[in-house]
Design a protein around this ligand. Structure first.
Ligand SMILES: Nc1ccn([C@@H]2O[C@H](COP(=O)(O)OP(=O)(O)OP(=O)(O)O)[C@@H](O)[C@H]2O)c(=O)n1
Ligand SMILES: C[C@](O)(CO)[C@H](O)COP(=O)(O)O
Length: 233
């Protein structure tokens, strides 16, 4: 099986979450979120190398955490001001010459276990990238000044998740464009899309929560206890 390079990006400040410590270092049942994400990632047979990005002033903290939780072989690098810059730093820190690179949010500890292998399978059909997404479950309306403009066709609307997998050249091309135009990209897929690459969607999971707002941590605690504690404790 061909191994892939993985960037776990955790270089953000967590402004929407708020608080002193970036959300990736907060704990679920006593274990830092970023450690849970890495623990579920590093031992997957498909993973050849993991690069972790963290805010510059957390590089040492992250190193100590990896030692404390016996997570060996992970390269730590400093993040950037934006997610795009952090991932770009991560790409530069990958030492293996992987033809497929996955990017994953450090604050999504509950990604589906088979996501990377499913993504690799889908990429082999000739796509530049593969992303995880789930169909929107709610009715969605466009609203302006508290008045409904329209009701959208939700059958075409998906909520996007990570991991996202890319052919190396497609990701490099996307990030080169992002650097050149100083784009503030919400994900890596958009950079690859802008280069004209086709990006496929495979099923994500509603449990693949991104910890963004304070109440997400409470929900994550529930998900952890209910579904993941057995695997991780
Ligand atoms: N400069 C940044 C910004 C974000 N991220 C990472 O990208 C993922 C998803 O981003 P988001 O939830 O937006 O994180 P933050 O930027 O930390 O949050 P906020 O936008 O609320 O400040 C997180 O794992 C976050 O750490 C990153 O590596 N570098
Ligand atoms: C890639 C991503 O996780 C897609 O959900 C991204 O980080 C989302 O950022 P958002 O600004 O919180 O939507």
């Amino acid at each position: 099986m061909e191994k892939i390079g993985v960037i776990v990006t955790a270089g953000g400040a967590g402004r929407r979450f708020g608080g002193e410590k970036p959300k990736q270092f907060l704990e679920l049942s006593g274990i830092p979120v970023i450690i849970l994400t890495l623990k579920r990632m590093v031992n997957l047979p498909i993973v050849g190398q993991v690069v972790l990005t963290v805010p510059e002033n957390y590089v040492e903290v992250a190193g100590d955490l990896l030692s404390r939780y016996n997570l060996a072989g992970i390269t730590i690098t400093k993040g950037g001001t934006t997610r795009r810059e952090s991932v770009f730093n991560g790409i530069k820190a990958l030492t293996g010459n992987f033809s497929i690179i996955a990017v994953h949010d450090g604050v999504r500890p509950f990604f589906p276990e088979g996501a990377l292998s499913e993504g690799v399978k889908k990429l082999s059909e000739g796509y530049g990238g593969v992303i995880l997404a789930v169909p929107l479950r709610d009715t969605v309306k466009e609203v302006k000044d508290n008045v409904v403009i329209s009701t959208l066709d939700r059958s075409r609307l998906y909520a996007v998740q990570t991991p996202q997998l890319f052919r190396r050249e497609a990701l490099l091309k996307g990030h080169a464009l992002g650097e050149k135009q100083r784009l503030d990209a919400v994900d890596d897929s958009i950079l690859v899309e802008l280069c004209g690459e086709r990006v496929a969607v495979i099923p994500g999971d509603y449990k693949n929560l991104k910890i963004t707002w304070p109440e997400d941590l409470e929900f994550a605690e529930f998900l952890f206890t209910r579904y993941f504690a057995k695997e991780l404790l």
